[in-house]
Write a protein that binds this ligand. Structure first.
Ligand code: PMP
Length: 388
């Protein structure tokens, strides 16, 4: 039979739901799919051109396992300019999406039964990846407005705690961890000699407040932090599969060794496209962000007009995490039942909170044009009114 580690492995719930919505569409059933965690925009032309140029120039061979030097140099420059973190290119690794980078990070840092602190609601891949590394996820259940505090972290630390996972801005809540709180968290990290894996993939999609990287707080915490990022969300490049991380040299070296045995290297052409995105993608990124701002503004009003639902305004990312607490218990008892019925009756796909280890909520992704969101909210409102 299969290995134990695979028997217990759960598939990515958001990807499954997205697939299901796409399958229904193939059957001719028109679905408004607000489940996917990816921009609806096409990759900007200048980035595609960088890839076409790479193909035509014959840049089609294996690269260094950690990624081509020019890209790592551009990433080091980005970390300095945007995040005020100084990394040498030898402290950077490029992988097949930040998901693979996160997987490698857990494999490298997490030993059997090591505890990893995971604030929830959370992007569920972390949990499965920690289990694959034989670690023990320890969830820190946050309450609305879902902002992690140092006190939350301190309460969860035990002698077995090895890693603290941070995701700011977060999926699915959009919450940002403020600088003052990060400073306090950094102190705990040093005091308890923890590692930090800081997933900052949504850093460029911000509406209120400011993104701060924990590695920028001070040198000591930088030495214990792996700063994870990628081009998927910021540059509408989810399919290209390029993510990266900066961190202490020995961690990057170990991840590189693992990568050399696992994938050899990230796709050479996509690495060139990612280099193009860091050099010339800013304009289109800002245009995309402007439309997210408008969609968010629309949803703040439109969802507030459904009094049975409640939510906090997302500070970043492109999701609303909506509470069903006032709605459940009558016709539908759980968020998965409610979401399933919404899909069946109103043809709108959203993700139940269970996918983020947080029942009684759903995540709505606003990576669709406002006209589509107008129709989606109309249907959600009708569904809520009918069933409460
Ligand atoms: N981290 C978070 C919080 C995410 O939401 C996602 C994508 N859904 C990823 C990492 C992975 O992104 P990618 O592998 O495309 O870089």
């Amino acid at each position: 039979m299969f290995a134990k580690r695979i028997i217990g492995l759960l598939p990515s719930p958001t990807m499954m739901l997205d697939q299901r919505a796409k399958e229904l569409r193939r059957q001719g059933i028109e679905i408004i799919n607000l489940s996917a965690g990816e921009p609806d925009y096409d990759t900007p032309t200048s980035i595609k051109e960088a890839a076409i140029h790479a193909i035509e120039a014959g840049f089609t061979h294996y690269t260094q396992p950690e990624g081509i030097f020019e890209l790592r140099e551009a990433i080091a420059h980005k970390f300095k300019k945007d995040n005020n973190i100084s990394y040498d290119p030898s402290q950077i690794i490029v992988g097949a999406g930040s998901k693979q980078i996160l997987y490698s990070a857990f494999q490298v840092l997490c030993d059997k039964n090591d505890e990893v602190l995971v604030p929830t609601p959370v992007y569920s891949s972390y949990i499965e990846q920690i289990k694959l590394a034989e670690g023990k996820p320890v969830c820190i259940k946050l309450k609305s407005p879902f902002k992690l505090t140092a006190a939350d972290v301190e309460r969860a630390i035990t002698p077995k705690t090895k890693i603290l996972l941070l995701n700011t801005p977060a999926s699915p809540t959009g919450a940002i961890i403020e600088k003052a709180e990060l400073q306090k968290i950094a102190k705990l990290v040093i005091k308890h000699d923890l590692w930090v894996i800081s997933d900052e993939i949504y850093e460029k999609i911000i509406y209120t407040g400011k993104h701060i990287s924990i590695a920028a707080i001070n040198k000591l915490v930088k030495e214990k932090t792996l700063t994870v990022n990628g081009v998927s969300k910021a540059f509408a490049m989810t399919g290209w599969r390029i993510g990266y991380a900066g961190g202490p040299k020995n961690v990057i070296r170990a991840m590189t060794t693992l990568q050399s045995q696992m994938t050899s290297n990230a796709n050479s052409i996509a690495q060139m496209a990612a280099l193009g995105s860091l050099k010339s993608g800013k304009g289109t990124r800002e245009a995309m962000n402007n439309s997210y701002i408008k969609r968010r503004t629309f949803l703040l009003d439109a969802l507030a007009d459904i009094p049975q639902l409640s939510f906090v305004a997302p500070e970043g990312a492109f999701y609303f995490f909506v509470s069903l607490e006032k709605v459940l218990g009558r016709k539908y008892k759980t968020a998965p039942e409610w979401c399933e019925a919404l899909l069946k009756e109103e043809k709108v796909a959203v993700v139940p909170g269970e996918a983020f280890l947080y029942p009684n909520y759903f995540r709505l992704s606003f990576t669709k044009p406002t006209v589509t969101l107008v129709e989606a909210v109309k249907r959600i409102k009708r569904f809520v009114e009918k069933n409460s």
